[in-house]
Design a protein around this ligand. Sequence first.
Ligand code: NAD
Length: 515
Amino acid sequence: MPGGRAAWQDLRMDPFEDTLRRLREAFSSGLTRPAEFRAAQLKALGCFLRDNRQLLEQALEQDLRKSAAESEISEIAMAQGEIDLALRNLRAWMKDEKVSKNLATQLDSAFIHKEPFGLVLIIAPWNYPLNLTLVPLVGALAAGNCVVLKPSEISQSTERVLAEVLPRYLDQSCFAVVLGGPEETGRLLEHKFDYIMFTGSPRVGKIVMAAASKHLTPVTLELGGKNPCYVDNDCDPQTVANRVAFFRYFNTGQTCVAPDYVLCSPETQERLLPALQNAITRFYGEDPKSSPNLGRIINEKHFQRLRGLLDCGRVAIGGQSDESERYIGPRPCRLFPRTPRAWSPGSLVPIRGPSPGLSRPCARAAPTVLVDVQDTEPVMQEEIFGPILPIMNVRGLDEAIDVISRQEKPLALYAFSNSSQVVKQVLARTSSGGFCGNDGFMHMTLTSLPLGGVGASGMGSYHGKFSFDTFSHHRACLLCRPGMEKIYSIRYPPYTPRRLRMLLMALEPRSCTLL
Ligand code: NAD
């Protein structure tokens, strides 16, 4: 593999050491702490998005055949929105938070101080390759950290823009992009970071957490899973079908919070099917494979995996299996040459050969609905992550909740009903990272809500101020007076019964407003 990974390994035993040392030194110097520096980095990130909009849209189109509209809605605008919010609120978020005090600390000053962790590692997946790198980056920079960003090697065009263009905008003494797949990321994870944010599959999440545990590094894990979607008999089928289809097939179903499967009665299924067909035809035309609004399956491996899932239940809508229709030829990469780059010592942009995913045809699959699905079948056992929507029949709400409760806790859960009581019951009797009644993943467009999983769908959360808090250590601070020893001395032995009573009273947790 000339100039490729082998050369990268031979040239240096540890290609990350120099860069990580540089970032650590920058952090120790205090460079990233002032609000002015953080704001300058955030503004520079905004400039990167504005100056390179076309380049980014092209990269997303090459990676996922994403339409410009979907790229704008789900990648660029979301990242820009987070930057704007952080810039507007940075000083308020950074402010020490005063807290309530007990009687014993009335003369003191008690507050939570948000301090940066230090060196943060952000590892991202391929499905929203810009959003899922930049949105966490906004939080990490706003919180005053130095950052190593590891985009997905699978969304290769976006990865290259991030590696080659983004560092020109940010202060390189405290920011670096690292490229690589499982092997390189594994080596990177041997190093000590002060915080790791990982977005990806539960399988790799376990690897990241195990590596982090060796250094006792705290982690946020944004993972995936199966997001149930309960549809009650009391509903308008066309409205439900529009909303479920839109959120299921957005980004060709490759969305961690997409509704993964529908649970409904056989009667509701009969009303939903024509409505789903109607929605799919209106959104993507009579021939979805030629729709500019339907992207591609990221690579052949995922395409084959999804094709295997079509054997479950019965195909009610879509599901064409003509391979020549599903595949389209690869387009030449317009942004960057395909040849591996040369190793430049000191650079953290190592070298890989062309991605196997890109050298093969990209796969395209029709929006599909499966019925007569059993919960023991693979389509009900694994995260689908593609344009397939299985419908599983249940007798009613109780059985739906049983099915949901047998699965791992999902990242998102949806319930559709004209009855708010039914929606509230689903909410009250289940657990999930997020919940949306009568719609798809709109809850994650709100920066006022945290995005994160629970149980197997992840730990920790981010978006908006939650990102700032995630990447900040909340330091408990109490500043006491150097004098007034008479008052402070009620704490000291010898303990008389009276003193003990006074002390216990003074230590009682309460919100005291004497001073
Ligand atoms: P993945 O876990 O395969 O890869 C994610 C990242 O981990 C990539 O950067 C990859 O290079 C790296 N990686 C892969 N194998 C590794 C290993 N053995 N050691 C160290 N690093 C390794 O995930 P993916 O296929 O890129 O993304 C799809 C998954 O991500 C789905 O499960 C989806 O639900 C999940 N996801 C979750 C969210 C969320 O917000 N919770 C968002 C998007 C995607």
